[in-house]
Design a protein. Structure first.
Length: 97
């Protein structure tokens, strides 16, 4: 069973979107495809985005979030939709750890 892990900021999280954002739409699409295929196709979609997240903090949790969901030999697709908060921040500490 393949899976998609989406990491990101508020855009991936789905903030301010009454339908939950593009990741939720992807999840609905894959669930409908699973049902219509009689579960021959199934792809788990995990929205691991956090509203207000920065690249630096995403990287700190990447390994632990992945270990909780990915199994050896399992096809895992990573999607990173991050950077908006980094770009609008004027704090040097956001970019340098």
């Amino acid at each position: 069973m393949p899976q998609i892990l989406v990491f990101g900021d508020s855009i991936a999280y789905g903030a301010w979107d009454k339908e939950g954002g593009w990741v939720e739409r992807l999840k609905v699409f894959t669930n409908r495809k699973a049902i219509s295929s009689g579960l021959e196709f199934y792809c788990a979609v995990y929205n691991l985005a956090i509203d207000g997240d920065y690249t630096r903090t995403l990287l700190k949790r990447l390994e632990s979030e992945t270990k909780q969901r990915a199994d050896v030999g399992q096809e895992t697709i990573f999607v990173f939709a991050i950077g908006k908060n980094d770009a609008i921040s004027n704090k040097k500490s956001v970019f340098w750890t």
